[in-house]
Design a protein around this ligand. Structure first.
Ligand code: PLP
Length: 383
């Protein structure tokens, strides 16, 4: 086994940045107070949360009171969608989303369908792009929420969320943006995105696991989904994860500050991966050729199983992903690739490489020298 993992799976999660860890450490040890306690130790914890909220609000260009800290990106998506649905159910029962959302959104909509809600799942084109006009055409007088992701976690396509938000605002329908994959890569000013709600997750941008954030525009009403104490202005009961919240805010600020410096380097590595890998026979890029996340290079190879590629890369110490769901041994092709119209011969052979700031050119070279041989070997085995 090679000494160090070559990590090409930053869409799955990232390592904690050492500076973020430093910011968090006191809140595990000396500053361990409960933010609800009124004595000094408790007030310190509350001050740390308040200043983290201000930092996040600074990045999003919103009021601190519009930020709710949650337990993960999935919880932020659940709170946004269920919170709106249950609040607005007297007004209507119709939700609109896309067929390529993360399961945190898709399964939440499906869950609500058991309680009388109806969902329109918008199609996407061959690049995984939602047509904003489809959103406009699907809105009815029953529509209470539109939820479209900022960037897709499997193929990296960046959706036209600002345009979709403009349409929703004109029709007075709240617009939720799942920005979990965009947090470390794209601008997040909510006013520019025309977003009423926006979900983030700290572990996608070198922050800790177990902390999500939800922006809710002032005036948008949400029914809380966790009952208990009055933390987070009554939006989310439960003793706050102070260290995690401090780390999430520090990570978000760092990620957005570093973007201009890190971004050109990462996209250059991504483009090298794309050019190099497309030289492999019967390979194709998945996702949009230009409107894609700076760190996402995703592909399909005809006549190969994606999982076999991963296992072979793992033997070389290279961590990657198929980007598809794998449940107890049976491997279904990804719903994203199916929605993009990829035939099964291709969609089973998916490979997602997602880069991060610590990846080097030498690591890209390693991958590019190993992959053609792996694909050829697997094709011969199946042959
Ligand atoms: N939404 C998207 C687009 C994601 O990629 C993910 C995680 O991969 C989530 C939501 C869920 O985030 P978390 O892992 O923090 O629950």
């Amino acid at each position: 086994m090679p000494e160090r993992t070559i990590y090409f799976d930053h869409a799955a999660t990232t390592a904690l940045d050492a500076r973020v860890l430093d910011a968090m450490l006191p809140y595990f040890t000396t500053e361990y107070g409960n933010a609800s306690s009124i004595y000094t130790l408790g007030r310190h914890a509350m001050q740390a949360i308040d200043s983290a909220r201000e930092q996040v609000a600074g990045v999003l260009g919103c009021r601190p009171t519009e930020i709710t800290f949650t337990g993960c990106g999935s919880e932020s998506d659940n709170l946004a969608i269920k919170g709106i649905a249950y609040t607005a159910q007297k007004k209507g029962n119709h939700l609109i989303t896309s067929s390529i959302e993360h399961h945190a959104v898709l399964h939440t909509c499906q869950y609500l369908e058991r309680f009388g809600f109806q969902t329109t799942y918008l199609p996407v084109d061959a690049y995984g792009m939602v047509d904003p006009d489809d959103v406009g055409r699907s809105i009815t007088d029953q529509t209470i929420l539109v939820s479209i992701m900022y960037a897709n976690n499997e193929v990296g396509t960046i959706e036209p969320v600002a345009e979709i938000g403009r349409i929703c605002r004109a029709r007075k329908v709240p617009f939720h943006v799942d920005a979990v994959q965009a947090g470390g890569s794209l601008p997040l000013r909510v006013a520019d995105l025309n977003a009423d709600l926006l979900s983030l997750s700290a572990h996608k941008f070198y922050g800790p696991k177990g902390v999500g954030m939800l922006y809710t525009r002032q005036g948008v009403r949400l029914l809380p989904q966790l009952q208990g104490g009055s933390q987070e202005r009554g939006r989310r009961a439960g003793t706050e994860n102070v260290a995690g919240i401090v780390g999430a805010a520090a990570a978000l600020c760092l990620a957005q500050e570093e973007l201009p410096r890190v971004s050109p380097r990462i996209s250059a590595l991504r483009d090298r991966l794309i050019t190099g890998i497309l030289a492999i026979p019967r390979s194709r890029l998945t996702g949009h050729p230009t409107e894609r996340l700076q760190n996402n290079a995703s592909f399909c190879f005809a006549g190969v199983e994606g999982e076999s590629i991963l296992l072979n890369l793992d033997l070389l110490g290279i961590a990657a992903s198929t980007g598809s769901a794998c449940t107890s041994g049976s491997v279904d092709p990804s719903h994203v690739l199916i929605a993009m119209g990829l035939p099964p011969e291709w969609s089973h052979g998916s490979l997602r490489l997602t880069l991060g700031k610590e990846n080097t050119s030498a690591e890209v070279d390693m991958l590019l020298s190993a992959l053609p041989g792996i694909i050829e070997k697997l094709r011969n085995l199946q042959g």
